[in-house]
Design a protein around this ligand. Structure first.
Ligand code: GRG
Length: 290
């Protein structure tokens, strides 16, 4: 699994470096690159490739779409660390972008990575039809805005130091973290021109994977080591974050996440032997230390 992630990271980073190289140089590029590279685990791209393997979609197409997703992900991390959001000084084992540069530069570099994601999806070299590109852009913009990541982040911040129900915590986590995973699961079905029912099936699988991923992230914050995670741990309790751990307790959350994992694996089995790829990724997600 680790080797697969390294290959995905190398291929994605190479694509992004070449993409940026072809653009005119600006003062924001170094802050954008700082937020993007070395660039994290690339777990969203792995999910995209796993679901893509169920539909036998070309690797290069998936790496390109994954690169767009990683730009939005990097943007969300840059903004998440800002003093007006979670105020974190360490990310991916190095000073957060606003610490290294400045707050205004971090805001603008983040915004530029968001728009670059859509630029990537329109690129002529991405070998899918124009209509498919439009469909992907529509879904990705919905997943990123107030119905998705930005809306989820709003809820996350507004839930601090309050008693929040399980349903509301799940809704917040599915928006904040799950929506980008939903896009990764929907994209292959969109490329294959599947009907709305099938696309929504994959959207839901992505939401469940995202929830699982967020639970694992919360477990790392709860029990993990800061030096291994590359970011400060033990923050959620201090900030009074509404998480499933704070509501249900550690043991119940582990049971709950195992149940979600089994359901996802059961639901994807009908797609044939390549569904083993997603099982491998889910096991990684739940055992990861960073
Ligand atoms: C609209 C994109 C957008 C952003 C503005 C700041 C914000 C609103 C949203 C924050 C969303 C956020 C940070 C969710 C947490 C998701 C999460 C668990 C991130 C950690 O992902 P990893 O572990 O990171 O995949 P690496 O470093 O491995 O890439």
């Amino acid at each position: 699994m680790q080797n697969k992630l390294i290959k995905i990271a190398n291929d994605t980073n190479l694509f992004l470096k070449n993409f940026i190289k072809k653009q005119k140089k600006t003062e924001l590029i170094s802050a954008m690159k700082y937020g993007l590279f070395p660039g994290g685990k690339k777990i969203r791209s792995k999910i995209l490739l796993d679901i893509g393997s169920l539909f036998k979609i070309d690797y290069k197409i998936l790496i390109t779409i994954g690169a767009a997703v990683e730009c939005i992900h990097a943007y969300s991390l840059i903004h998440d660390d800002l003093p007006c959001m979670d105020n974190d000084k360490l990310r991916r084992g190095k000073p957060s972008t606003h610490i290294k540069f400045s707050e205004s530069t971090a805001v603008l570099a983040g915004n530029s990575l968001l728009t670059m994601a859509f630029e990537i999806l329109t690129s002529i070299k991405l070998n899918i039809s124009e209509q498919t590109k439009v469909n992907l852009i529509k879904e990705l913009s919905e997943c990123s805005g107030h119905l998705g990541i930005a809306g989820g982040q709003y809820l996350d911040l507004s839930f601090e130091k309050k008693k929040i129900s399980k349903k509301k915590i799940i809704d917040m986590e599915v928006k904040k973290t799950g929506k980008l995973f939903s896009f990764c699961c929907m994209a292959p079905a969109i490329i294959k021109n599947k009907n709305q029912k099938q696309i929504r099936f994959f959207e839901n699988i992505g939401a469940e994977i995202g929830l699982l991923f967020q639970i694992a992230d919360d477990l790392i914050d709860f029990k993990g080591s800061s030096s291994i995670a590359g970011k400060k741990t033990g923050k959620d309790k201090k900030k009074g974050k509404a998480t499933l751990i704070s509501l249900l307790g550690y043991k119940n959350v582990i049971k709950y996440s195992d149940k979600i994992k089994s359901k996802i694996i059961r639901d994807l089995k009908k797609f044939g032997p390549n569904s083993k790829n997603i099982s491998e990724t889910l096991n990684y997600i739940l055992t990861r230390k960073k």
